[in-house]
Design a protein around this ligand. Structure first.
Ligand code: ATP
Length: 448
């Protein structure tokens, strides 16, 4: 058997079609015509995104002893966003076309002389500031006193709690605080499927270090750790780049910054930003709140404001990356020379929503069906499994399209000697495995 890629790369049309067909991602409120910049994760997409978040959490929190967990509220005291600078400066420049009424981000336009959609000259308005924070109001009155914001990033919840956290967790810098949660931005031009949306999840690590001259080493260590994470989960290294921001591209207080970018079908796009933010964030909150957020060292009875290294990754963009990166159109020629094609998602086993599919060879044979059900149930403690039945070719095709690494087929021989056929998604090779060793066989391969 030989397997080759027919068309390298994937188009966004192919990704959105597969996402809908197989239940990864749907447009939000589709029956009402949808709502721009919002998406829902279907039965498989919800698991895929959860797996991506779990993989981040495992690496950033569970496998370390210098990072603690956190989960802050989405709505915070409005002063938070004054101190962080979001009220005054979280703007994009907005431009409208007077002719076609389309709206653009000024920094996305090549020229302000001509509308890129209708082509009309001098139809664009002057760029004006548009604050990206979404507003809501708290309590029964809708006035300026009740105004609040849906957080545009999760990080501020960590900063304002810095003292509560280090004291209760008994941590001293260098140490980090991690959280995953929803953020909201009223993006002017949401687009590219789930890449730029108005409601999304961020995974943020805020790592606090003392000012002892090792801050840049910590920054470099975090860039390496994040590089390793993407590589461990199989993201194609040739489509990833770690772009070092120039001093002009960084905020004035940041000593270093690296953007992690992926080569999407439309070009490079940011997945994550890693930044050396100095003491800017804690200083800003201390100044406005008048509260002390320095670290007090009990041993030496001294206090200092720690330096912050931040890694901020978008979980929706990372999930989309996993889908795009795994997608292959393949053509297969079997031993007898017969050729066919398939779509396959070559997910890393830890990311795959279903890890093992189990089927009976025939769905009208109660013995086979009962045996397949019992094998599938027996595997549940070790893997994410799915029982399915029907035409064998279609069963494999469906599991390939959702990226299931292994399929177990229960046939007549199973009833005689307990063995099953295990098919490997990537090589399509089938092996006869004894029932007793099936769990070990699969778990050793799924843990790679
Ligand atoms: P961009 O330049 O693409 O708007 P940003 O530089 O404003 O992104 P950050 O504020 O650094 O983004 O946020 C950290 C991460 O959060 C981003 O790298 C991205 O993965 C994610 N993110 C930010 N905005 C969005 C969005 N509108 N939709 C989905 N994910 C987002």
């Amino acid at each position: 058997m030989s397997i080759s890629e027919t068309t390298p790369g994937v188009t966004m049309e192919e990704i959105t079609a597969l996402a809908k067909r197989r239940g990864f991602i749907f447009q939000s409120s589709e029956i009402y015509g949808g709502i721009g910049g919002f998406f829902d994760y279907g039965p498989l997409g919800a698991i895929l995104k959860r797996n991506v978040k779990d993989a981040w959490w495992r690496e950033m929190v569970e496998l370390r002893d210098d990072v603690v967990a956190f989960d802050s509220s989405i709505i915070m005291h409005p002063s938070t966003w004054v101190a962080s600078g979001h009220v005054a400066a979280f703007h994009d420049k907005l431009v409208d076309c007077r002719n076609c009424k389309h709206r653009f981000r000024a920094d996305h336009l090549r020229s302000l002389d001509q509308c890129p959609d209708c082509g009309m000259r001098e139809s664009l308005t002057e760029p004006r500031n548009f604050n990206l924070m979404m507003q809501t109001s708290i309590g029964p009155l809708e006035d300026s006193a009740s105004r609040a914001y849906l957080r545009p990033e999760t990080a501020q919840g960590i900063f304002v709690n810095f003292k509560n956290i280090y004291q209760s967790a008994r941590k001293r810098p260098p140490f980090g605080i991690a959280q995953i949660g929803k953020s909201f931005r009223n993006e002017i031009t949401p687009g590219n499927f789930t890449f730029r949306v108005r409601e999304f999840e961020q995974a943020e690590l805020e790592f606090f270090v003392p000012d002892d001259g090792k801050d840049m080493r910590w920054f470099d260590d975090w860039v390496s750790a994040r590089k390793k994470w993407y590589s461990d989960y199989g993201v194609d290294a040739t489509k990833l780049r770690f772009y070092q921001l120039t001093p002009e591209e960084r905020p004035h207080y940041a000593k270093a910054g690296t953007d992690v970018e992926y080569l999407f079908p439309w070009g490079w796009g940011e997945l994550e930003s890693i930044a050396h933010r100095g003491t800017y964030d804690l200083d800003a909150h201390m100044q406005l709140s008048g509260k002390d957020l320095t670290f007090f060292d009990e041993a030496t009875k001294t206090k200092f404001t720690p330096i912050l290294i931040e890694s901020s990754a978008g979980m929706d963009r990372t999930t989309l990356t996993m889908l795009i990166d795994a997608y292959r159109n393949e053509s297969i020629t079997d031993a007898s020379g017969k050729s066919s094609t398939r779509i396959v998602l070559r997910f890393h086993p830890a990311i795959a929503p279903v890890q093992v599919g189990v089927f009976p060879l025939a769905r009208n044979k109660p013995d086979l069906v009962a045996r397949a059900h019992s094998i599938e149930q027996g595997l549940r403690a070790k893997a994410r499994t799915q029982y399915d039945e029907g035409n064998v070719g279609q069963l494999y095709r469906r599991q390939d399209e959702i990226g299931t690494p292994y399929c177990v087929m229960v046939d007549y021989q199973t009833l005689d000697d307990g063995t099953v056929t295990v098919r490997d998604r990537d090589s399509m090779v089938q092996e006869r495995v004894s029932g007793d060793s099936l769990t070990t066989y699969l778990s050793s391969r799924l843990l790679v």
